[in-house]
Design a protein around this ligand. Sequence first.
Ligand code: FAQ
Length: 311
Amino acid sequence: ELSDEERIFNELIANEQRIEPRDWMPDAYRKTLIRQISQHAHSEIIGMQPEGNWITRAPSLKRKAILMAKVQDEAGHGLYLYSAAQTLGITRDEMMDQLISGKAKYSSIFNYPTPTWADMGAIGWLVDGAAIANQVPLCRASYGPYGRAMVRVCKEESFHQRQGFEILLTLMQGSEEQKRMAQDAVNRWYWPSLAMFGPPDDQSPNSAQSMAWKIKRFTNDELRQRFVGMLVPQAEILGVTLPDPDLKWNDETGEYDMGEIDWDEFFQVLRGNGPCNAERLERRRTAHEEGAWVREAAAEYARKQALKTKA
Ligand code: FAQ
């Protein structure tokens, strides 16, 4: 026998309506949203580091201004998403503790290094491209604050994706050395960007329930497939090669066949053993410690303001 609350919840989901913070929801729904939204927020915040690495070395004032704006957008997305997660009853402090203690997950992709300027192009094109493919359907997520956050985030990611594409296009029209640098960055980011969509469907424990709740609208493999379909014509325009010798159009399935992702590598990165996991966490911890005085000052200011309004 379903309770009235459960019946109302199920009807809202069935009718494509939204669950809002004060609505009743199953504990497991709340938990999975806190998990996904907080991981997503952490990804945005950690995701500032690989590109932050190039702000001081961008090749021109214009490139520097664009890169700074992009990295600031990522901070904004993170804060926006932390706020959405807070509507579910977790505090910012709890999430921050989970992140800096190394307990929380964030996207595997941000544990790879950015040795060259072309990496800024490859991140925008491939990483933001994958983020858009994954997040456009999340604009219809059943939880209101998350879906609405995604609308704005996706608009900004589209700009990010184009700026990355344009960096690569400029390099591909440059010297032989610049072309080599662009191709090398694409070679390094291609496979990790495909892994961003998560494990294959038969190894994705959360997908079925999240789809039933209409948080996720497509499976990991469906979105990955769609992403590859978007990349192929864009790679042709750029003149870069996608580093998958098995990538080939299949007339029967109407999709691209592709090579096998290195899932061992993916799970190693999730366990903390990627090339930059330790560095990313260490940097985040230091930034948190260095920011302590800002939090203290803000709290003190708020305390004094509250006293003033009382007086
Ligand atoms: N990395 O059962 P599933 C960005 C975990 S874009 C690390 O399939 P689910 C923008 C997963 O959490 C990147 N962990 O899980 C940007 C789960 O672990 P748990 C962020 C991963 O949730 C661009 C376990 O594996 N985007 O930041 C990954 O149904 C450029 C089993 O997996 C989002 O977070 C991974 N790649 O599907 C910023 C999008 N994949 O929690 C800066 C929202 C899976 O059970 C620069 N999230 N795992 O311990 C989602 O759409 C979903 O959470 C998926 C995973 C699709 C990522």
